[in-house]
Design a binder for this molecule. Structure first.
Ligand code: UDP
Length: 240
């Protein structure tokens, strides 16, 4: 399979990617490892937009399950994504990579608001743009936020870093005979309810023809390998 060449990508990391060996929160060593992956990818000459989840700190659904008002809990989840964005910004800048954080919930003292044209300018100057607070509304996820920003910023692909090396026909952590797809269509992912990203994010990528590249972010050096076409990944795309 020949992978398309990418000039600009959106990388989505779940909050759990920052958690390290713990069950909760932000592990500075793990954040530094993630930042090193981003730096290596950037050194290939790419423009990079980043979206980071908040599940390592707070998920709205979990709060709602314990009796909280869902929208209130979702706002807390969005604030968690801002904390993660600041942690990754700090790690990237300590490695000499310039960044800007843009939040969908205005927080003037902390970061910029989302302004597409300004984000374009940052990318042109070689900065990594980290989009925080998802779409800025409850009842959404950072997966959908990632798909939205990928469309808005005209990214060539959405890279979804996970703890498995692609999309399988069943859960490889449960079924040892599960087999991995190299390429799979959006409609198949939705019809078979394969766990790639949530359905609204997958549909947004399908409608805007943005391939989703699912790969293992926990393997050091893997993002750069996948970008170079040599790593293991699944590409979700519109079938011809
Ligand atoms: N969230 C939200 N709207 C958004 C993005 C996120 O309400 O546009 C809230 C939601 O409560 C979610 C939490 O923020 O559970 C953390 O995001 P997510 O669960 O997507 O993080 P991840 O699973 O990627 O770590």
């Amino acid at each position: 399979m020949t992978r398309p060449r990418f000039d600009r990508i959106l990388l989505k990391l779940s909050g759990e990617a920052l958690m390290g060996p713990g069950q909760f929160g932000i592990d500075p060593d793990t954040v530094a490892n993630m930042a090193a992956e981003v730096k290596a990818a950037k050194e290939q000459g790419l423009e990079i937009c980043l979206v980071i989840g908040g599940g390592n700190i707070f998920r709205g659904m979990a709060g709602a399950a314990k009796g909280m008002d869902r929208a209130q809990a979702d706002y807390m989840g969005m604030l968690a994504t801002v904390m993660n964005a600041l942690a990754v910004q700090n790690a990237l800048e300590q490695m000499g990579v310039e960044t800007r954080v843009q939040s969908a919930i205005k927080m003037d003292q902390v970061c910029e608001p989302v302004i597409r044209r300004r984000a374009e300018r940052h990318l042109a100057k070689g900065r990594v743009v980290i989009f925080a607070a998802g779409v800025g509304s409850p009842y959404f996820t950072t997966d959908t936020g990632a798909a939205l920003r990928a469309a808005e910023m005209k990214c060539d692909a959405l890279f979804k870093g996970t703890s498995v090396d692609g999309v399988y026909d069943s859960d490889p952590k449960i079924n040892p005979k599960a087999s991995r797809y190299d390429v799979i269509g959006f409609d198949r992912v939705l019809a078979d309810d394969l766990k790639v990203m949530d359905a609204s994010a997958v549909a947004l990528c399908r409608d805007n023809n943005i391939p989703i590249v699912v790969f293992n972010i926990r393997e050091p050096g893997n993002l750069a390998k996948v970008l170079a076409g040599s790593g293991t990944a699944t590409v979700v795309m519109n079938e011809e």
